[in-house]
Design a protein around this ligand. Structure first.
Ligand code: NAD
Length: 264
């Protein structure tokens, strides 16, 4: 099954370090022959991402902050200049003020609500639009979400609301771009220990709770998430669009804690 992405070029946004979910995706895509470009958010991350880019032979490494639309435009102009087209895109980025990833959702401020929605949700629409302009013969676009979109997760708060809107965006974008043979999907990952994940209060507790109560009785790895990203971006998933695909050891199907946990 090697070489699923042979001859394809794609952009992966959201690698911060070797723990990032985007890095799990980049490794899987590279292992299957894709040529990759990476973006990073500012020079502080650039220093960490450069050696990772070298590891996978990604020559195109672009500074891009999605809050600054000029930097998004510059990133896509660069891709157009270097490659002329694009086959796939991974959007694996999110942000919210960690002071509001605890306590009550009801206390979310207007400012952080808007900022969270812009970075974690609307950026996907803006980026997909720009990517689609480069996908003249079709393509595949993917974002990362979390089950806090459909069920209440303590402390996930405004990020859960942003992920719900992000998942709705996946469906609307899939309908918009389907006639142009551009597929739009999301992977809903279980908790992973990353920089963004650590921003949610009591993250360790949630991580352990899901490990103990998911059907597989373990957490997922970035390589497992990367495998699902690879499938959805590859031609194996040519008939799949508008889908929210869970990679969470099955946690989302449970309606109550595991009995072995309740009995201890
Ligand atoms: P991470 O910290 O490794 O990656 C988050 C990325 O977002 C970083 O690279 C950061 O630079 C980027 N980012 C934040 N604000 C940005 C901005 N303004 N412009 C450009 N980039 C910006 O964490 P991660 O957990 O790998 O997160 C990747 C995605 O996976 C996020 O959408 C996250 O919500 C989602 N996700 C994470 C988990 C988890 O438990 N870690 C679970 C499900 C989904």
């Amino acid at each position: 099954m090697a070489g699923l992405m042979q001859g394809k070029r794609g952009l992966v946004m959201g690698v911060a370090n070797h723990n990032s979910i985007a890095w799990g995706a980049a490794k899987a895509l590279h292992a299957h022959g894709a040529e990759l470009a990476l973006t990073y958010q500012g020079e502080a991350f650039g220093k960490r991402v450069r050696p990772l880019a070298n590891e996978i032979g990604a020559k195109l490494l672009i500074d891009c902050d999605v809050e600054d639309i000029a930097s998004v435009d510059a990133a896509f102009a660069r891709i157009r200049e270097e490659w002329g087209g694009l086959d796939f895109l991974v959007h694996a980025l999110a942000f919210s003020d960690k002071n509001e990833l605890k306590g009550l959702y009801a206390d979310t401020s207007r400012e952080n609500f808007s900022r969270t929605m812009l970075i974690s949700c609307f950026s996907f629409t803006e980026i997909t639009r720009r990517a689609a302009e480069l996908m003249t013969t079709g393509g595949s676009v993917l974002t990362l979400t979390y089950g806090g979109s459909t069920r209440v997760m303590p402390n996930y708060n405004v990020m859960g609301v942003a992920k719900a809107a992000l998942e709705a965006s996946v469906r609307y974008l899939a309908a918009d771009y389907g006639p142009r043979n551009i597929r739009v999907n999301a992977v809903s990952a279980g908790p992973v220990r990353t920089l963004a994940g650590a921003g949610v209060s009591d993250a360790r507790l949630m991580f352990n709770y899901q490990r103990k109560n998911a059907p597989l009785r373990r957490n997922v790895t970035i390589d497992e998430v990367g495998g699902a990203v690879l499938y959805l971006l590859s031609d194996l998933a040519n008939g799949v669009t508008g889908e929210i695909h869970y990679v969470d050891s099955g946690y989302n199907i449970m309606s109550m804690p595991a009995l072995d946990e309740l009995k201890v």
